[in-house]
Design a protein around this ligand. Structure first.
Ligand code: ADP
Ligand code: MG
Length: 385
């Protein structure tokens, strides 16, 4: 926990307009600690900034356990937002509302020690070893916590689709801040090791569950080969596509996508697939009642229509051909990860009871089967959207 005085000291290193007045926590957040910083007009300098005289800001403590390379992560965000900003300006939009604006450090606050660090104007590392970054607070924006209606699913698809289309011509490789994310070849390497290790002596009781993974190994690796050989292009992926990471204006129109910490270079299909995995599940991720778990075709259709409404002309044929499949791919990966963690003795996902990861495996597998059963219809929806 930080005192207000300590937080204000952190803020003072960033180049905010106006005089910093106060700071308060903004909940609920899971990965970062998020604060909102208020300012009052600073008449002593008489500088009328493009951001206004007393803008508000977001201050965030970045989770350096999840993201060991915070400078690389902030550099990714800087590159991505600069690209989107140019697109918004070219379209005559509002660059202070339709993209995140990263707040840079005051040049005079950068010490000689900090000067040796990469991208040192984008973050502050405090004496406790915590990393901080700031951006402009987008006024009058709203977020939704959960997308459980077709109308909201459509909007969620629209938000990520717009983000993807703005970045469709972004070609700079981004820092891989989380190794092997959604790379099934890498996951299978870990999987094979986990089976061999059999750390919790559980493999002997899991013949059926393991066969769910093995019987799909080839088709999943075949898909990933198309990403590796460039048949499916590499673009910017957001990697955390939940609807609470999209800001909307008061009329419900998409403003921008936020929470860009997980942005990396991969196939944009990852974002679509992961959104479908999480938006369309009629049950819970750890549902013990498998009859509740299925993919809602209605929500799939709504999300897909919203997504494709923004991506006309920025997708290749190969991407469209594999769009529906990407939902199976990402869901399969999640089955594998839950089962692998169970085999490993529950070291990665927090569990509430001993069989929790096995319950998750079965529920996620039920979702995968539901997608497989409805796959023809999913492909048809993509074709007609
Ligand atoms: N720049 C911003 N302008 C307005 N609201 C924001 C901004 N950044 C974050 N928020 C609000 O704070 C919430 C949490 O921020 P987010 O960056 O998504 O962090 P977390 O990692 O905690 O999800 C968002 O869902 C949104 O409601
Ligand atoms: Mg978020």
């Amino acid at each position: 926990m930080y005192t207000e005085k300590e937080l204000l000291d952190i803020v003072s290193r960033f180049d905010t307009a106006g005089k910093v007045e106060g700071i308060k926590a903004l909940g609920p957040g899971f990965i970062n600690d998020t604060f909102i910083v208020t300012t009052t007009p600073d008449d002593t300098t008489a500088i009328s900034s493009e951001v206004g005289k007393s803008p508000r800001y977001i201050l965030q403590r970045k989770n350096h356990i999840v993201f060991p390379d915070v400078p690389g992560m902030m550099h990714n965000i800087d590159l991505v937002t600069a690209h989107i900003r140019a697109k918004v300006e070219a379209a005559g939009g509002d660059p202070l509302r339709e993209v995140l604006t990263v707040t840079r450090r005051r040049p005079e606050s950068i010490t000689s020690e900090e000067a040796a660090m990469p991208y040192n104007d984008l973050y502050y590392k405090d004496s406790n070893g915590n990393w901080w970054a700031m951006c402009l607070f987008i006024e009058g924006s709203i977020t939704y916590e959960k997308a459980d209606t077709p109308a909201l699913a459509y909007k969620g698809g629209e938000g990520i689709g717009k983000f993807q289309s703005q970045l469709a011509d972004f070609t700079t490789p981004l820092t891989e801040t989380i190794k092997g994310f959604h790379n099934i070849r890498w996951r299978f390497t870990q999987w094979d090791e986990a089976i061999k290790r059999d750390a919790a002596s559980r493999v002997k009781d899991l013949a059926e569950e393991i066969s769910w993974i093995e019987s799909r190994r080839k088709e999943m690796l075949d898909f990933w080969s198309l990403v590796e050989d460039g048949t499916i292009p590499t673009r910017v992926t957001h990697n955390d596509t939940k609807i609470s990471n999209i800001l909307f204006d008061k009329d419900g129109e998409v403003l921008c996508v936020i929470d860009l910490d997980t942005c990396m270079s991969s196939t944009s299909l990852n974002d679509f697939g992961d959104a479908i995995r999480s938006y369309t599940n009629t049950g819970a991720e750890d549902d013990q009642d498998l009859s509740k778990v299925s993919m809602s075709l209605e929500l799939f259709e709504a999300y897909t229509k919203g997504y494709l409404s923004q991506r006309k002309g920025t997708m290749t044929k190969s991407e469209l051909d594999y769009l529906a499949f990407s939902a199976r791919y990402i869901t399969f990966e999640q089955v594998l990860r839950f089962l692998m963690d169970y085999i490993d003795g529950d070291t990665y996902y927090k569990t509430k009871y001993p069989e929790h990861n096995l319950v998750r495996t079965r529920a996620q597998y039920k979702l995968l089967q539901s997608m497989e059963q409805q796959f023809d219809k999913m492909e048809q929806i993509v074709r007609l959207a």
